[in-house]
Design a protein around this ligand. Structure first.
Ligand code: LMR
Length: 398
């Protein structure tokens, strides 16, 4: 039977990670997959995480099963982090949470839940969006529609076109929004724009599904959550998917959360029972270790402060790299305005070069980024910046 199967091309982001590992060039630079790197080009375990793990080694007493929703304490701490401890939706019992296997697990289970609510409703995603959004959401059976988001020519959000497209959404459609640090563009809605989106969603009866995988890496833990918190206060129903991969550096531990906000506590609880039943039939329950680390950190003042300090350092380092890159490009003989890189948020920006130039960077200089020219700014460091700018200058001349 398997002889009928054809190979499926590997996900481009993961494929790039593999080619980078095989490259032996001493000055190779990895600007591909969205993983934070320090000045030495390493992705170390955060100190708060190491300390929490040391405590867990002493205090853990069992590896017995948990539950489809995962750990109640993790879910509580995660909700407080995302919504803010005193958010009315939390106080009113309108939020149900499930610990998930990473942000991907949250997105997929959110999509499965939404598909169970309606077979008519479609999900709208930004153009462009994270490549894996399409299989994660579409794989649950949701029809995908796109709304314009990033204007490659102006290197900014095309907000009017976005609103205009969303005007044609049907009542009950789901709208996927990036909570902060838009992946792949780095171009985020400002507060006025978030408010205007909420006006439209409210007026048209649309349901937001916010993917917030980078809280704390844009402008700060609270600022980055503005959109989620405002929508949860205004909208009767919404979903939020979050990830601890980037802000806790727990990538391979697969730790995330899916939140469902309902109109009443009863409806929310019913929605939760639907979700947990879907989880049971997909993977039964989430892996435990990453969530145990996060709840240990967020339940302890000292570890929490250490984690927040480390996260601030990461954020400031990325902002510094953005500035430094723009300064170096401006000082070089490269033509064109790259100042947009400084105004964007989180790990990613489109460099704005062609796929051929991206390929040239890869084959001639061992510099790796996605074909769309999405680069992970956190993969740069002060040592490799001059090499990078010189290589960019060369490929732009050809
Ligand atoms: C990325 O966009 O590079 C990250 O979210 C990692 C991934 O799984 O694709």
């Amino acid at each position: 039977m398997f002889e009928v199967l054809k190979p499926i091309p590997q996900d481009p982001i993961l494929a790039m990670m593999a080619s980078y590992r095989e490259d032996t060039h001493p000055q190779k630079i990895d600007l591909g997959i969205g993983v934070y790197k320090n000045d030495l080009g390493e992705t170390p375990i955060m100190q708060a995480v190491q300390q929490a793990e040391a405590r867990l080694l002493q205090s853990e007493t069992t590896k017995s099963y948990t539950a489809p929703a995962g750990s109640p304490l993790f879910n509580l701490r995660s909700a407080q982090l995302v919504f803010g401890a005193e958010h009315p939706a939390l106080n009113d019992g309108r939020v149900i949470s499930a610990q998930t296997p990473g942000g991907c697990g949250a997105l997929r289970m959110g999509a499965e839940f939404l598909r169970g609510c309606s077979s008519e409703s479609r999900v709208w995603v930004s153009t462009p969006t994270w490549a894996n959004h399409i299989p994660l959401l579409g794989g649950a059976g949701l029809d995908i529609v796109e709304y314009p988001y990033y204007d490659y020519a102006n290197k900014a959000i095309q907000f009017d076109a976005m609103l205009q497209a969303l005007e044609s959404a049907r009542q009950g459609d789901f709208i996927l929004l990036h909570g902060c640090c838009h992946n792949p563009s780095g171009a985020d809605l400002n507060r006025e724009q978030w408010d205007a989106v909420a006006d439209l969603l409210e007026r048209k009866g649309l349901i937001p599904f916010v993917d917030m995988a980078y809280q704390g890496l844009g402008s700060g833990l609270d600022d980055d959550a503005y959109g989620v918190r405002m929508l949860a206060a205004r909208m009767p129903e919404m979903l939020v998917a979050t990830s601890c991969s980037k802000n806790f550096g727990l990538y391979r531990e697969r730790t995330g959360t899916l939140f469902i906000v309902g109109e009443t506590p009863e409806q929310t609880s019913n929605a939760g029972s639907q979700l947990f039943s879907k989880i049971r039939s997909h993977y039964s329950m989430p892996p435990s270790h990453g969530a145990a680390i996060v709840e240990t950190i967020l339940s302890d003042d000292e570890l929490s402060t250490l984690w927040q300090d480390e996260l601030s350092l990461m954020r400031h380092r990325i902002q510094g790299l953005r500035q430094s890159l723009v300064t170096k490009i401006t000082a070089s003989d490269i033509q064109g305005d790259f100042s947009f890189i400084e105004q964007q948020f989180g790990m990613f920006s489109f460099l704005g070069i062609t796929p051929q130039q991206v390929e040239q960077l890869r084959t001639e200089h061992s510099i790796y980024m996605i074909d769309s020219s999405r680069m992970n700014v956190a993969g740069l460091n002060e040592q490799c910046m001059d090499y990078f700018v010189a290589a960019l200058g060369e490929v732009l001349k050809t």
